[in-house]
Design a protein around this ligand. Structure first.
Ligand code: AMP
Ligand code: MG
Length: 336
């Protein structure tokens, strides 16, 4: 299939992309979190095309993207908590799960009776969804198991030839996927993101944190996506738990390995396979760079292992740690 890549983004080209969605095609588009692979969320065939293009298991449900928080009324049974969350965090990087209405096909929800909704704040994403005039089902626009795409180049590399169109916009500002909270039946964090648990607690004081956020899950977790291999570069990722000094000492003689470092690891960064993910003090910066850096290691032919630090687990740090632990397939080496 010929994939049309749109570099010149304006109302004319976005209208063409919107038309492609309405006629059952797939369009990758930028959002503030990561690039999404969009299809008409009311069309079961489009949902199946999404799973196929990504190589994603079809029981791993898709998030539906809306232009306005109140549009959710047509697709799920909302409640007061939804509107409180919407008022504070939408448009923005928060996905809310609610009981679905019949109009949403089971192909989109992976067979579940709930549906995930999100209202992106990114200007291009918003305009594209508004012009589409239908809810846009969109998982991240990467091949399944690969790190999510935060740059147009990542999408072109993974999906060109297998989807209709790619809107090649700017690099994503946030860099990790949306925070996911389910309200069905009680508030529970399923995936951490830029909207933190601490912030969500101000609206949902009793919010629980799914066990699957930081632990390997036995059986089917509340968020099916949590059970699959995820965010993985070609080389094997191993997390190092311990003080910075212990990590630096451990890596000092590992010159043939990839190393994901903090800006502050100045000695390590002299190593040819060392890449900085951002300042140790800025989980926001780490989130923005994480997936792009993991993908950069794929271009280094001869590395078999990538060592990365265990990052902080509070605030936005939890989002970074959640992705890193999965990239590492839960492989953690204790240095203390
Ligand atoms: P991605 O689109 O790649 O960001 O993945 C979407 C994530 O949302 C996956 O981890 C899904 O498991 C999760 N998700 C979507 N819909 C639901 C739902 N109805 N219930 C639970 N998790 C969901
Ligand atoms: Mg994904």
């Amino acid at each position: 299939m010929d994939t049309k890549i749109i570099y010149d983004i304006n109302d004319t080209t976005l209208t063409e992309a919107a038309q492609t969605i309405r006629s059952g095609g797939l369009v990758a588009f930028p959002t503030e979190t990561v690039y999404g692979l969009g299809g008409n969320a009311l069309d079961p065939t489009a949902a199946n095309k999404i799973y196929k293009a990504k190589g994603r298991p079809s029981n791993n449900p898709l998030i539906i993207h809306l232009a306005r928080p109140e549009d959710a009324e047509s697709y799920c049974h909302t409640n007061e908590t939804y509107y409180k969350l919407a008022e504070r965090f939408m448009p923005g990087p928060l996905t809310v799960i609610l009981p679905k209405r019949d109009i949403v096909p089971y192909e989109v929800t992976g067979g579940l009776d709930t549906v995930a909704v999100r209202v992106p704040s990114d200007r291009v994403a918003h305009r594209f969804i508004e012009l589409a005039g239908v809810p846009v089902a969109a998982p991240s626009a990467n091949l399944s198991t690969k790190p999510s795409p935060t740059m147009a180049g990542h999408v072109i590399r993974d999906l060109s030839g297998s989807i209709d169109m790619i809107i090649a916009g700017d690099d994503c500002d946030i860099g990790v996927e949306s925070t996911i909270i389910t309200l069905s039946p009680v508030p529970k964090l399923l995936r951490p993101g830029l909207v933190t648990v601490e912030e969500l607690r101000e609206i949902c004081p009793d919010i629980e944190i799914s066990d699957a956020v930081l632990n390997q899950h036995q059986g089917r977790p509340e968020s099916p996506g949590m059970m699959y291999k995820h965010y993985s570069p070609r080389a094997n990722v191993v997390l190092l738990r311990g003080a910075d000094e212990a990590r630096q000492a451990f890596l000092a003689d590992k010159s043939e390995c990839g190393m994901l470092c903090y800006d502050e690891d100045t000695e390590l960064l002299k190593n040819r396979y060392a890449l900085a993910v951002g300042s140790k003090d800025s989980p926001k910066e780490q989130a923005r760079n994480l997936f792009a850096k993991l993908r950069e290691f794929d271009d280094i032919e001869d590395i078999k292992t990538i060592y990365a630090p265990m990052t902080a687990s509070d605030g936005i740090g939890l989002a970074v740690l959640n992705r890193l632990i999965r990239a590492a397939g839960f492989e953690i080496l204790d240095l203390d």
